[in-house]
Design a protein around this ligand. Structure first.
Ligand SMILES: [Zn+2]
Length: 447
C-alpha cells in the first residue's frame, strides 16, 4: 500500500474517517456474536422434521410396526447428512436390542375354592406359565382398605421377589388401570427378567387356599435405538447425551374416523430437538466432550430402549444427559419457558439458567412433582446410576387434552416456541459441552 502526502482540511477529513472507522469497528466488534454463542437452528427445518415424524405415513410409530421402521430410516438419513459417527463398536447408527414380547393368553384363579373373574385377576409375568397354589410357599401380601394401593404396589415391586397379593375390592378402579396397563403385549429385556407377581381383587381378607394358572405367549423380537456421535476434541472419554424417544402408541380406537396417534408432541418434538441439536453442534464444531445424540425406542412400553442404552455405558463417563420430552406447546409458565425434572437433585438446572441469563428464555423447576416425571421418562435409568440426567419439557401434563390421543398433531403445536426451546438447550448446554462446567452427580435413591 503507498502513502501520499496530503495538506489542509483533508487532514481533518482523514482524522474524522479514521475515527468513524474506529467507532464502527468497535460497534461491530461488540455486537459480533461469538461463534460459541451463535445458534444454528432454523424454524423451517424444525417444522420439516416434526411434520415428517408425525405424518400419517409413520402410523403413530408403535414398536414392531412398519411405521416405526420408516421413522428409524428417516432419523438415520438425518444423522448421515449431518455427518455423525456411529457409537464406538457399532457399524451403523442402530443399537439393536433383542427383546422378548409377552402376550397374556389365559388366566384362571380361584380363592378359597371360589372362581375369580378374569377382571379381578392380574398376572405380571415374563415367564411362559405360572402355576401356583398355597402349597408353593409364595410370599403373600395384602392391600387393605384405606391403604395406598400405589405405594403398596411400588413397595412389593421393589422387593423383586415372586408374590401373590390379595387386594381389597375398594381398589377396583386403581386395579383396573393397572390391569389394563399390564394385560396387553409387553416388551421386556430378557437380561432384565422380573419374578412373577399375581394380584387378586377379593373381599376375602385372609384366604387359606388359592390357585393360579396362567399362560403367556413369549416371542423374541428386535428393535433399535438410533445413536449418532460427535467425538470430543480434548475430553473425548466424557459424554454429554441429548435424547428423545421416537416410538409412540400407533393406531388406537378411532375418533371421528381418525385412528392414528401421530405423537407430534409426544415425542416427535423431542426427536426433532435431538436432530436439530446435532446439526447445531456439528456446525459449532467446538465440543471438548463427546456428544451423543439418541432417539430411543420403546419408551411407551416401559423405557426399554433407554434402559438398555444406559446399562451399556459406564455412568462415570457421562457428564450429563438432556432428555427432551414433549416440547411442542407452551409450558404453564408461558412463551420462551420450559421446565427441568429433578431440578433439586443436581446443579444441572442452575448451570443452564446461568448460561441463559442474557436471553429472554427461562428454565423452571418441574411444576408437577406429584406426577413423578423424573422417574417416568428416559432419563430415569442413568439418574438412578448417579448421572445428572434430567428431562426438559413444556408439557402441561395436568391439562393436555391431546396427550396419547389421535389429536396430538402438528397443527396443535407452537413451532416458534419449539425452536426457541431447542435454541435455549443449545446455548445453555455450551459450558457442559466445552467442559468448563460439570454438573454435580445425582445422589443414589434411598429405598
Ligand atoms: Zn413421550
Amino acid at each position: 500500500m503507498s502513502l501520499k502526502i496530503i495538506h489542509g482540511n483533508n487532514h481533518w477529513q482523514l482524522m474524522r474517517n479514521a475515527f468513524f472507522t474506529l467507532v464502527v469497528a468497535t460497534l461491530l466488534g461488540s455486537c459480533a456474536i461469538k461463534k460459541s454463542e451463535q445458534v444454528f437452528v432454523r424454524q423451517d427445518d424444525v417444522e420439516r422434521l416434526i411434520r415428517t415424524l408425525s405424518s400419517d405415513e409413520m402410523q403413530g410409530r408403535e414398536v414392531f410396526s412398519p411405521g416405526i421402521e420408516k421413522a428409524a430410516q428417516f432419523i438415520e438419513s438425518e444423522f448421515k447428512s449431518i455427518g455423525l459417527q456411529p457409537l464406538p463398536g457399532l457399524k451403523s447408527y442402530r443399537q439393536e436390542i433383542i427383546v422378548r414380547t409377552a402376550r397374556p393368553l389365559a388366566t384362571d384363579v380361584t380363592v378359597a375354592g371360589e372362581v375369580i373373574s378374569a377382571q379381578h385377576a392380574l398376572v405380571i409375568s415374563d415367564e411362559s406359565s405360572v402355576n401356583w397354589s398355597e402349597k408353593d410357599n409364595i410370599p403373600v401380601h395384602y392391600v387393605k382398605a384405606g391403604e395406598s394401593f400405589a405405594s403398596r404396589y411400588r413397595a412389593i415391586t421393589a422387593l423383586n421377589k415372586p408374590a401373590v397379593v390379595f387386594v381389597d375390592e375398594s381398589f377396583f378402579d386403581a386395579f383396573k388401570r393397572l390391569r389394563d396397563h399390564h394385560m396387553r403385549d409387553r416388551v421386556f429385556d430378557p437380561s432384565d427378567q422380573r419374578p412373577s407377581t399375581v394380584y387378586i381383587l377379593t373381599d376375602n381378607d385372609s384366604p387359606a387356599t388359592f390357585s393360579v394358572s396362567f399362560r403367556n405367549q413369549i416371542e423374541s423380537s428386535s428393535m433399535s435405538n438410533i445413536v449418532g456421535v460427535l467425538p470430543g476434541k480434548s475430553r473425548e472419554k466424557e459424554m454429554v447425551i441429548f435424547s428423545g424417544h421416537y416410538d409412540h402408541i400407533g393406531v388406537i380406537d378411532p375418533v371421528a374416523g381418525d385412528s392414528i396417534a401421530n405423537g407430534a408432541d409426544d415425542d416427535a418434538s423431542g426427536v426433532t430437538a435431538v436432530i436439530s441439536l446435532a446439526k447445531h453442534f456439528k456446525q459449532q464444531d467446538d465440543q471438548e466432550r463427546t456428544l451423543v445424540f439418541v432417539a430411543f425406542t420403546a419408551e411407551e412400553v416401559g423405557l426399554v430402549g433407554s434402559k438398555y442404552f444406559s446399562e451399556k455405558l459406564t455412568p462415570e463417563d457421562v457428564a450429563a444427559m438432556f432428555n427432551i420430552e414433549m416440547i411442542g406447546k407452551q409450558s404453564m409458565f408461558g412463551k420462551n419457558t420450559a421446565f427441568i425434572t429433578g431440578f433439586e437433585r443436581s446443579d444441572f438446572g442452575k448451570i443452564l439458567q446461568k448460561n441463559l441469563e442474557a436471553t429472554d428464555f427461562k428454565f423452571h423447576p418441574d411444576p408437577y412433582p406429584q406426577q413423578q416425571l423424573f422417574y417416568r421418562s428416559d432419563n430415569a435409568t442413568l439418574a438412578s446410576l448417579g448421572v445428572p440426567a434430567h428431562t426438559i419439557s413444556t408439557v402441561q401434563i395436568d391439562k393436555d387434552e391431546y396427550y396419547h390421543t389421535v389429536d396430538d398433531e402438528l397443527s396443535t403445536l407452537d413451532i416458534s416456541n419449539i425452536q426457541a426451546t431447542i435454541k435455549a438447550i443449545a446455548l445453555s448446554a455450551r459450558t457442559i459441552v466445552n467442559g468448563s462446567d460439570t454438573p454435580t452427580r445425582i445422589p443414589p435413591v434411598k429405598n
